[in-house]
Design a binder for this molecule. Structure first.
Ligand code: SF4
Length: 441
């Protein structure tokens, strides 16, 4: 047997959830003695983790597979697009194996088959926190897979199945290890974070010798005790979400909620079959802000959903004017193969979708600019993401990595590194980002 470790190339596409899958597969492969290399040419085999959510992502995934095939030749494909293997094999018949999302065992088995591991039971190559593709100072923490909802524009449940929550003890152990390894910010992700544990009937687990229930609020409280920033993504506005707002007001969990509202018109939300579509979200937001005035709300929306009328769109604009969300992303509706919404009548013409998108984003940008301008003069703690010739790029409690704005610190005056905390005074703002000066002394 050769003593050189087998070398794997890894391409990770798609959303933060896919990134977590990649990290798990890599952790496992590293544990078995595989080397992870950075170029196609150095690898004995390439694994491509794909995304298949919208047409653009499918296209990007197919291109990436094509590049790996051309430059390396030995390719295994996993991830969301793997749920439709023929889409891949029709275009790239030489792919060695296709597995679906979260099929960790299958991917690893396929790697073993094509490139057997070096057996070395005496060497533990994996640090206890696993291998992470994200920078050392923040990490995604995946608490469940799948989803029990059936939103008509979405095919995730058909790809990933129903909600399957990880036991709370396991989640907490992973979070604790990450923090011990230097992670300063935990980003909690899943398809439906607020539903955490419902499939387990909120089973009690153990962490630190104490019983903890697999419930959204208990999870948030336990994570909040670790001393890292805890940011909650993909939360729906269910009544029980109210329970985490006091934790935010007390500073245990970041005052930040990422809630994909998708629309403001009850009729469209019903057509979309959105979770909590019957809730009075404006009233809920008002009460949350009463408890926690610093709460940052991020959301995504879809305009041009089939059947969306001018009146629905106006309702959406009114909703946003009142909700005054801090961070907003918006997409034009585009049909996804296999989604129930494709069968809905009254598609919105492309030009009208674009016009609505532009109007919506103009309003969102002006709200964001107002809200950021109101922060000028405030002092805040930020986390440095990277340092360049112009100074440092950091984030405040209101900014999730990759998707939100930044806090730029010009001439910090002392050496800053990625992962450092800093205290800054906000001295300027534009529509999405803040400029800051280090607090001296
Ligand atoms: S909540 Fe809706 S959009 Fe989100 S994963 Fe579930 S079905 Fe898809």
């Amino acid at each position: 047997m050769s003593s050189t470790p087998p070398r794997i190339g890894f391409v990770s596409l798609g959303c933060p959830k896919a990134l977590v899958d990649s990290e798990r597969i890599l952790t496992r492969l590293r544990a078995e003695g595989y080397d992870v290399v950075g170029t196609y040419e150095d690898a004995n085999l390439v694994v491509v983790n794909t995304c298949g959510f919208i047409d653009d992502a499918i296209h990007e995934s197919l291109e990436a597979i094509g590049e790996a095939v051309a430059r390396n030749g030995k390719v295994i494909v996993t991830g969301c697009l793997g749920a439709r293997p023929e889409t891949i094999t029709d275009r790239h018949p030489s792919v060695l194996k296709v597995t679906g999302a979260h099929a960790y065992e299958e991917v690893v088995a396929a790697v073993h088959e094509q490139l057997p591991p070096l057996h070395d039971p005496f060497v533990d190559l994996v640090p206890p926190q696993g291998i992470r593709l994200t920078p050392r100072h923040y990490a995604y923490l995946k608490i469940s897979e799948g989803c029990n909802h059936r939103c008509t524009f979405c095919i995730i449940p058909s790809m990933r199945g129903d909600l399957a929550s990880r036991p709370i003890g396991e989640v907490m152990l992973e979070a604790e290890r990450l923090v011990k390894a230097g992670v300063k910010e935990l980003l909690v992700i899943s398809q439906d974070t607020s539903a955490y544990g419902s499939d387990l009937r909120y089973a009690t687990g153990f962490w630190g010798g104490k019983p903890v229930k697999a419930r959204f609020a208990d999870l948030a409280r336990s994570l909040g005790s670790l001393g890292a920033w805890v940011r909650l993504h993909y939360v729906y506005p269910y009544p029980h979400v109210d329970e985490v707002i006091p934790l935010m007001a007390e500073g245990k969990v970041l005052p930040y909620l990422d809630i994909p509202f998708q629309h403001g018109s009850p009729r469209v939300l019903k057509l979309m079959k959105r979770p909590a579509h019957a809730e009075n979200t404006l009233e809920r937001i008002r009460r949350w802000r009463e408890t926690c005035p610093d709460l940052t709300l991020r959301s995504t929306f879809i305009v041009g959903f089939p059947g969306e009328t001018d009146a629905d769109f106006d309702l959406l604009l009114d909703w946003l004017r009142e909700a005054r969300l801090d961070r907003v992303g918006c997409f034009k509706y585009s049909p996804v193969e296999g989604a129930a919404a494709n069968a809905l009548p009254d598609p919105v013409p492309e030009a009208l979708k674009q016009e609505r998108l532009d109007r919506f984003m103009r309003l969102a940008a002006s709200i964001s600019a107002d809200k950021l301008a109101a922060k000028v003069g405030r002092r805040m703690q930020v986390l440095v993401d990277h340092v360049d010739a112009d100074g440092a790029v950091a984030r405040s409690a209101a900014d999730a990595p990759e998707i939100d704005g930044i806090v730029r610190i010009a001439k910090p005056g002392r050496k800053l590194n990625a992962g450092d905390w800093a205290h800054v005074d906000i001295v300027g703002a534009d529509a999405y980002d803040l400029q800051a000066r280090m607090v001296r002394g």
